[in-house]
Ligand binder design. Structure first.
Ligand SMILES: Cc1cc2nc3c(=O)[nH]c(=O)nc-3n(C[C@H](O)[C@H](O)[C@H](O)COP(=O)(O)OP(=O)(O)OC[C@H]3O[C@@H](n4cnc5c(N)ncnc54)[C@H](O)[C@@H]3O)c2cc1C
Length: 451
């Protein structure tokens, strides 16, 4: 093994190589989730271009230094920060839109907010999710759930091609004709596993008109509202997507239904009539919007800090006894300083997502009607033990009513059976693809394929 020669890497790359203490080092390497604030790499390369990425891969392989790509840094599990070399990809930020074919090619470090802004002048849309700082590569490689996914599919379902820097230091085009195994794996196999995606090409669609809703109820209405809105989510058209949540923060519990309808507000209002009947909302906003105003409106605000999330997929509504038990559990949540508190959310799933065969892409969960997300948060410096115990208790109440799957992009570092839960029957094929293209496991991290 060659001794670690950082100067050599610095000499052969254009972007700055940052070491601990350098300006920008933390900003280029810290995880969004401050649960992992203690982690720091030995160095960060702010790659200036694809050539820098390839040199970093060759250098890391030759020096046996762990290497990890970083896009938006939003991995819940902090998987884009290791103890070796982080390659910050954010300068790979080119976005090219072909208005005739509606194909959109983005650099491997493009963030969601930048892509929405680039699509807007062309009147085009992609299912991109709700976090402006989330990296497109990280989002698409792990699936990618958006309020428009019931109509347009997962972000991964719109991926038509990607260019991958592999462990061997070669650049491979992966699409339906070339390197199909990697193209398959890059649609749900998860970021960081098969190489570094230098660019990704998506098929966009014309952006339709939209309406949004935000409904809030006091806790007293929770049992009726949760039951009613869950049922309503099952029968709603694919143009409608709702996120049903119940959360406790600062000692107060609120129920919310936040949604998007690709049609007029009047239709959405009619559709939501049973929700109004289930309990008078504290606040109810239903409005027509342009597609992009709707996307802005749905951006997920978070207090940040430290958090943990467990996920499930459910094929049918959670039964009343599970909801009642979850509400009682929420009422007994331990106090914490993070304003995000803790809670449970159901994202309406199905539609276009479920029309894809579970074996056609690496994303296996094609029979769910709800993505169920359970979360808790705390302030950096607070002991998370009570919050994590509470989350495990909530998980215990919900798991029996779910499919056994978990959502890779809401990465759960505490999930023991992550291979089956994230990938189901697709895991062996992912391992075979990994062995073919990264036989020595250069791209390795906790929960990496084949580990
Ligand atoms: C505030 C917030 C909002 C979110 N909203 C949504 C949402 O609406 N829908 C949804 O589905 N998910 C959402 N997520 C989850 C998000 O999709 C995942 O965390 C995603 O993996 C983050 O990608 P990233 O580039 O920002 O993170 P990173 O931590 O930089 O990367 C995530 C993983 O992908 C790898 N990676 C990053 N770039 C590349 C690349 N170019 N090539 C190869 N590997 C790469 C990293 O090594 C890491 O393993 C949200 C997360 C947060 C914190």
């Amino acid at each position: 093994m060659t001794p670690v020669d950082w100067a050599l890497l610095d000499k052969h790359t254009t972007g700055p190589l940052l070491r601990p203490g350098d300006a920008g080092f933390r900003e280029s390497s810290a995880a969004f989730n401050e649960r992992w604030a203690h982690r720091a790499p030995a160095a960060v390369l702010r790659a200036a271009d694809a050539a820098d990425v390839l040199r970093a891969v060759d250098w890391a392989r030759d020096h046996a230094v762990p290497i990890v790509p970083r896009g938006g840094g939003h991995s819940y599990a902090g998987h884009s920060v290791n103890s070796g070399l982080v390659v910050d990809l954010r300068a790979l930020d080119a976005i090219t839109v072909d208005p005739v074919t509606a194909r959109v090619t983005v650099g491997g470090g493009v963030l969601t907010g930048a892509l929405y802004a680039a699509l807007r002048p062309y009147g085009l849309a992609l299912p991109l999710g709700n976090g402006t700082g989330v990296g497109i590569a990280g989002l698409a490689l792990g699936g990618g759930s958006a309020a428009t996914s019931r109509r347009f599919g997962l972000t991964a379902d719109t991926l038509r091609a990607t260019t991958l820097a592999t462990a061997a230091g070669t650049v491979l085009t992966c699409d339906a004709e070339q390197n199909e195994d990697l193209y398959w794996a890059c649609r749900g196999g998860g970021g960081g596993n098969f190489g570094i995606n230098l660019d990704l090409t998506f098929q966009a669609v014309r952006a339709p008109a939209a309406a949004t809703c935000v409904l809030l109820w006091e806790a007293a209405h929770a049992p009726g509202v949760l039951r009613t809105v869950q049922e309503l989510m099952l029968t709603a058209p694919e143009d409608t997507s709702l996120r049903l949540g119940v959360s406790t923060a600062g000692g107060r519990t609120l129920v919310s239904a936040v949604g998007l309808h690709l049609g007029p507000a009047a239709e959405l209002r009619e559709l939501l009539a049973p929700a109004f009947a289930a309990g008078p909302p504290l606040r109810a906003e239903i409005a027509d919007r342009s597609f992009w105003d709707a996307m802005d409106h749905l951006q997920h605000e978070t207090s940040g800090g430290a958090f943990a999330v467990r996920t499930h997929f459910a094929a049918r509504p959670l039964p009343p006894e599970a909801l009642d038990a979850a509400l009682a559990h929420l009422a007994a949540a331990p106090p914490g300083g993070n304003a995000d508190g803790c809670g449970l959310a159901l994202f309406g799933w199905g539609g276009a997502i479920n029309r894809v065969d579970p074996r056609a892409t690496a994303f296996a969960h094609r029979d769910a009607r709800y993505l169920v997300s359970l979360d808790t948060s705390w302030l950096p410096g607070e002991d998370p033990a009570a919050q994590l115990d509470w989350l495990a208790g909530l998980d215990h109440l919900i798991a029996p009513h779910a499919t056994g799957g978990a959502y890779l992009n809401f990465t759960d570092p505490d999930l023991r059976n992550w291979r089956e839960a994230y990938y189901g029957a697709n895991y062996p094929r992912l391992v075979a693809t990994k062995r073919r293209h990264d036989p020595d496991g250069l791209f390795a991290f906790p929960q990496s394929i084949g580990s």
